[in-house]
Ligand binder design. Sequence first.
Ligand code: SAM
Length: 196
Amino acid sequence: MTSDIDWDVESATFDDEPDHGLRDPVVRDAWAARLRAWLPARPCDVLDLGCGTGSLALLASEHGHRVTGVDLSPAMVGLARAKLAGRDAAFVVGDAAAPPVGEERFDVVLVRHVLWTLPDPARVLRHWRGLLRPGGRLVLVEGVWGTVSPVGVSAERLMDLLAPLAPEVRLECLSDDARLWGREVGDRRYAVVAVF
Ligand SMILES: C[S@@+](CC[C@H](N)C(=O)[O-])C[C@H]1O[C@@H](n2cnc3c(N)ncnc32)[C@H](O)[C@@H]1O
């Protein structure tokens, strides 16, 4: 899986999509409720990989979590820093497949709409597991978009990749909740929470 999108260019209009910018309160509340259910109730350390403009990072921060965001695009990182200015959050430019976090470990690795772009997802998932503290969790939001030439990673493939790694994996369908996307969607969108 690879993607040749120029994310620095995309950053200028990225938040115009309802589920990216979360500007519509209905969409924002729908994501806030899901995220609250996926993350631990207590304040914890969240690593948001491929954080984009920081929209999910902001929700996590508003729920009381400390967030570290990593993105390959300097423009995205700049926007995320501005969005979370003054909060307990840090953003760095780096590769989600090998985040530059040194020996730091996290309670949650959160990744939305990024895994499908990375080569060798099996290796990447093993690496992300190694970034977690004991009892930590991976929260992955992915999908298969489009019908003519679909892109993405299927839930079945992701579940297969996680099965040997995580004792507990939960799959949640997101396609049927139009509030998350600001419209009805016909393709397959889902979240996976893997608890270690
Ligand atoms: C579809 S956007 C998702 C952004 C954010 N996760 C969200 O859900 O709003 C994909 C993001 O992943 C970033 N990205 C793509 N490949 C990456 C990589 N190898 N390492 C880090 N970030 C990457 C892009 O720069 C972009 O910000």
